[in-house]
Design a protein around this ligand. Structure first.
Ligand code: NAP
Length: 493
């Protein structure tokens, strides 16, 4: 059943429109607001408070004031808050899914998938909250005792992108809550509504005032710049593009802030001649078309053995060509709009450059007319080695296919990028898969799998894809520091 306008209006009416500072929803300084649009229609969904630097300072004050008491809260209590939040998000899964579809564009089925994935970080870290432990032991010479404690790093600045509005927030907020850190969250201006609703859920789950403060804004740098300079801030965790991440790392250097950086990607998707091609095509659909290709983990380059490249491209193009571009709320939608006109134009310019260089569009290759920022899902073959589309993050539903002859060539092509987030390898030879995995310079590898994201696993990249890991046992470590206590030999009396 298609979603009705009434249902949309009723949901939007539940989204808080203020800034969350010290447990209260309040207007921005001077009553400033900004509009959030539906990328499928270009229509305004809601206007919300537009934080200024002064609002950011108040949020920082609130986070700093709440830190000591929050760090002393029982880990079980923090875990229970996260558990309640998991249950509340799960109960309201349809609301969160619809809200993400409205502001970000992804089809409802995918938005439901993101709700489950995003909620899983709440459940996972509710369990991790009570597992933080240190150690106590004798020094090697027997003359002292060594005690090692883990402590929350302190107030954190969290900055999230627009492409996964719920999961990118919970992946940071849940471990910070579990560790005992307070936060200022700055969501992306294109999709802040999910964070606004999620923050209300955290309050409902019992999070004390000041622990999570949310400053949606159209002036990212103006709001976060002074916070980065604030001597009470201890950490910045950022998910977004590599250039913005690099500039935040430079700013973090001034105060030697802890950083977690989840940055851009240029994932290779390697198909060997011994792969199960149908399995590879299924994996390719997930790795490329999920989220309209607007994912840091999106397969950016299909590197296929020359003996199976035509078969792979044809089967892949047949599935891609059968997708239906439509507003994500519509039942038939399997691919929604891109986030804005700028993104759609960039995707098209990459396709035009590739085609000018000799590539052939097996399917797709053009924007879709009409309202919204839709782009035809596209498969390109015969892509020249120097095409821009192989170097840059596409962030759209376009799959360039190139070929290789030897294993060494496949590895060299796969590693030929400054990014190192994830790679996908399809082969029926497990030894080969593991061998290639050892040679690939990426933080993650999908082996015969087109999706790697899992709350229980350490997500993150190497090279210019970032620093640190989110999720898994590693995720909470990003919000803890180690304190060692040297103790004189107690047997000396
Ligand atoms: P972006 O332009 O870098 O923005 C990300 C966030 O940073 C937004 O909240 C943005 O605010 C904010 N921002 C922009 N300029 C800033 C500044 N000077 N100071 C402080 N904050 C600033 O990235 P995006 O376009 O939203 O997201 C797409 C990128 O994110 C892609 O490169 C993708 O690969 C990457 N990504 C990585 C991961 C990962 O886990 N590795 C996951 C998802 C996405 P505004 O909204 O106001 O611009």
């Amino acid at each position: 059943m298609d979603i009705t306008a009434d249902r949309e209006a009723a949901l939007l009416a539940q989204v808080p429109t203020g800034l969350l500072i010290n447990g209260e929803w309040r207007d921005a300084e001077g009553g400033k607001t900004f509009d959030v649009e539906d990328p499928a229609t270009g229509k305004v969904l809601l206007s919300i408070a537009d934080a200024t630097a002064a609002d950011g300072a108040l949020a920082m004050d609130a986070a700093a004031a709440a830190q000591d008491a929050w760090a002393r809260t029982a880990p079980r209590e923090r875990g229970e808050i996260l558990r309640r939040a998991f249950e509340l998000v799960t109960e309201r899964a349809e609301d969160f899914a619809l809200l993400m579809t409205l502001e970000m564009g992804k089809p409802l089925a995918e938005a439901r998938g993101e709700v489950a994935y995003g909620a899983e970080f709440l459940r996972w870290f509710s369990e991790e909250a009570v597992r933080v432990s240190g150690r106590y032991g004798m020094s090697p010479d027997g003359k002292s005792r060594l005690m090692v404690n883990k402590k929350p790093v302190g107030p954190c600045l969290l900055i999230t992108p627009w492409n996964f509005p719920l999961a990118m927030a919970t992946r940071k907020i849940a471990p910070a809550v579990a560790a005992g850190c307070t936060m200022v969250l700055k969501p992306a201006k294109l999709t802040p509504l999910t964070s606004q609703l999620f923050a209300a859920v955290m309050v409902e789950a019992g999070l004390p005032a000041g622990v999570l403060n949310v400053v949606s804004t159209t002036s990212a740098g103006d709001v976060t710049g002074p916070i980065m300079k604030d001597e009470r801030l201890r950490k910045v965790s950022f998910t977004g593009s590599t250039p913005v991440g690099q500039s935040l790392i430079r700013d973090a250097a001034d105060r030697v802030l802890r950083t977690s950086m989840e940055l851009g990607g240029n994932a290779p998707f390697v198909v060997f001649e011994d792969a199960d091609i149908d399995k590879a095509v299924t994996g390719a659909m997930a790795a490329k078309l999920r989220n309209m290709g607007e994912a840091c983990t999106a397969a950016n380059r299909f590197i296929v053995h020359e003996s199976v490249a035509d078969e792979f491209a044809e089967k892949f193009a047949a599935k891609v060509g059968a997708m239906t571009t439509a507003r994500g709320t519509e039942d038939e939608s399997t691919i929604g709009p891109l986030i804005d006109a700028k993104s759609r134009d960039k995707v098209h310019s990459l396709v035009v450059d590739a085609v000018d260089g000799g590539a052939v569009a097996v399917v797709g290759g053009a924007p879709v007319d009409g309202p919204g920022y839709f782009y035809q899902p596209t498969v390109l073959k015969d892509v020249a080695a120097d095409a821009r589309i192989l170097q840059e993050e596409i962030f759209g539903p376009v799959a360039p296919v190139v070929t290789f002859a030897t294993e060494d060539e496949a590895v060299a092509l796969a590693n030929n990028t400054e990014y190192g987030l994830v790679a996908y390898v399809f082969t029926e030879d497990l030894n080969r898969g593991l061998r290639i995995g050892e040679k690939l310079e990426t933080g993650m590898l999908g082996l015969n799998a087109g999706v790697v994201s899992n709350a229980a696993a350490p997500f993150g990249g190497v090279k210019q894809s970032g620093l640190g890991r989110e999720g898994g046992a590693e995720g909470i470590e990003e919000y803890l520091y180690t304190q060692y206590v040297g103790i004189a030999d107690p047997s000396d009396g």
